[in-house]
Each structure stands twice: as structure tokens, then as C-alpha cells.
Design a protein around this ligand. Structure first.
Ligand code: CAA
Length: 248
């Protein structure tokens, strides 16, 4: 039997890379997207690292904030690799600012990449998943979509919105064995978190009962669990992975 295809957006990012590794290890043919207009730093280096690890992960160009761009990318992926069985909406950016200084650009970019993306990608693959009677959609949100974060009105709104999307899609998919769930990571040791000013980051770590940042692999293993065939009765759920920072 041919491998199931898993599309991970933002697969070259910190959490995305760990998800690509975990799903590859689980036997999926993983593909990822990279945005032409947003950061995709050192993509050649990333491809080389994956090859060195023996992983074959094709990268397709797509601006996840743009519906047409996603449509074209998914058409290409389905023609060249096969129908998408697992979608992980992982691409995300930050444009942190206190609200009183936040610009419309900072708002729109974050809503576009972090929330519109979930619609732009899921809309492409969902009908096929329903037709084939199998699909797993995992939306990567954030602890800050659960509790809100000072300096992140844009990001908190997008990530909270993502789970609303999850809960609706879950109800539309489950009769056809298509599940949709949210994973809400806390602060993870990635480039995105390292960009936070050192004094601010230290004060955040002090609020995490675990006393440390998460490892990307600690997020990926839950994605891998939700993607499995055997997880077909879990849908519309949010799984928090935050070291105790927000327990609700
Ligand atoms: N609660 C209450 N007050 C706070 C506060 C908080 N959490 N954080 C800061 N303040 C206060 C400060 O003490 C300061 O007060 P004074 O003016 O009285 O001194 C005031 O607010 C301004 O704070 P800053 O000096 O931090 O303001 P700034 O404009 O220099 O920086 C900021 C603003 C860039 C948003 C900065 O606060 C920041 O980086 N915050 C962290 C944002 C964050 O957590 N980002 C997460 C990125 S990673 C990610 O998003 C992944 C994920 O999913 C978790």
C-alpha cells in the first residue's frame, strides 16, 4: 500500500521540523510548504539536514495567507505526490507589539499567516478527505490563544480563532472519519521564542511551572498521535502542552 501523504505547513520552522521528522518516522510521505513572501530562512540548509537524516520531504512554494497560492500548491502536491490525508496547519509568525502601537500591517500579517491559512489550506483538502472517508487535520495554536498575552493581541486573536475553526470543522468531518483537532503549545525552544527580549523571556520562563521551555519533539509526538488511524474518535479537542503555564 502506498504511504499516506501528510502536508505540514511551515515545516522548516522549529516546531514544523520536529513534526516533519515524527510523521516521516511514522511512515507518512511528508511534504511541506514554504512562503515566498515571509521568512523561510536557510531553506537550502534545512533541505540538506533532512537529506542527511535520510528524510525525503519535498518543499512546495505557497503563501499560506493567500487562497489562490494554496490552491495551486495543493493541486501540484496532489498531482505529484498524491491526495493529502493528513494536514498540519503549523505555519505561523509573530509581529509582537503592545496594542497602542500595533499597526494594521502587524495585525493583518498575523491574522493572514496564522488564521486565514487554516481556511486556505483546509478548504483545499477537506472535500477529498470526505470523499475518501479518511482525514486528519491538526491545527497548531498556542497557549497565548488560550490565555491571551501582553504584546500579542494579533497573535492571541489568531490562535484563539484557530480553535473555533477546529470545533466547527470537527463537526462537519467526523461522519466521514475526518477529524480536526488543535494542539496548543506553550513556549518552545525555537527561533521564534529566542527572538523575545531576554529579560521578557526570563520573566515568562519564571511563570512556567516546569521551569523550562518545551522541546519541539514534545509537541510533535502529540501531532503524530492525533494523525494516527486509531485516533479517529478524538475530534474538536484542544490539547495543551505548556508545562503547566496555563491549566484550564
Ligand atoms: N503584564 C503587565 N505589564 C507588562 C507585561 C505583562 N505581561 N509585560 C510588560 N509589561 C509592562 C512593562 O513592565 C512596561 O511597563 P512600564 O512602561 O511601566 O515600564 C510596559 O508594559 C511596556 O513593556 P515593554 O518594555 O516590554 O514594552 P515594549 O514596547 O518594549 O515591548 C513587546 C513590547 C515587544 C510586546 C514585549 O513586551 C514582548 O516581547 N512581550 C512578549 C510577547 C510574547 O510573549 N511573545 C511570544 C513570542 S513566541 C510565541 O508567540 C510562540 C508561542 O505561541 C508561545
Amino acid at each position: 500500500m502506498s504511504k499516506r501523504v501528510a502536508l505540514v505547513t511551515g515545516g522548516a520552522g522549529g516546531i514544523g521540523t520536529a513534526i516533519c521528522r515524527a510523521l516521516s518516522k511514522d511512515g507518512y510521505q511528508v511534504v511541506t510548504t514554504c512562503a515566498p513572501v515571509f521568512e523561510c530562512p536557510n531553506l537550502d540548509g534545512w533541505k540538506q539536514t533532512m537529506r542527511d537524516e535520510g528524510l525525503d520531504i519535498p518543499v512546495y512554494e505557497a503563501d499560506v495567507a493567500d487562497f489562490e497560492s494554496c490552491k495551486q500548491a495543493v493541486e501540484k502536491i496532489e498531482a505529484e505526490v498524491g491526495p493529502v490525508d493528513v494536514l498540519v496547519n503549523c505555519a505561523g509568525i509573530t509581529r509582537d507589539s503592545v496594542l497602542k502601537k500595533m499597526t494594521p500591517d502587524q495585525w493583518n500579517q498575523v491574522i493572514g499567516v496564522n488564521l486565514d491559512s487554516a481556511f486556505n489550506l483546509t478548504r483545499q483538502v477537506f472535500p477529498g478527505m470526505l470523499d475518501r472517508g479518511f482525514g486528519r487535520i491538526v491545527n497548531i495554536a498556542s497557549v497565548n490563544g488560550r490565555k491571551g498575552q501582553f504584546g500579542q493581541a494579533n497573535y492571541s486573536a489568531a490562535k484563539a480563532g484557530m480553535h473555533g475553526f477546529t470545533m466547527a470543522v470537527a463537526q462537519e468531518g467526523i461522519r466521514k472519519n475526518v477529524t480536526c483537532n488543535t494542539v496548543s503549545p506553550g513556549y518552545v525552544a525555537t527561533e521564534m521564542v529566542k527572538k523575545i527580549r531576554e529579560d521578557v523571556l526570563q520573566s515568562i520562563i519564571a511563570q512556567i511551572p516546569a521551569g523550562r521551555l518545551a522541546e519541539p519533539s514534545e509537541i510533535a509526538r502529540v501531532v503524530s498521535f492525533l494523525a494516527a488511524e486509531e485516533s479517529g474518535f478524538i475530534t474538536g479537542a484542544n490539547i495543551d502542552i505548556n508545562g503547566g503555564q496555563f491549566i484550564h
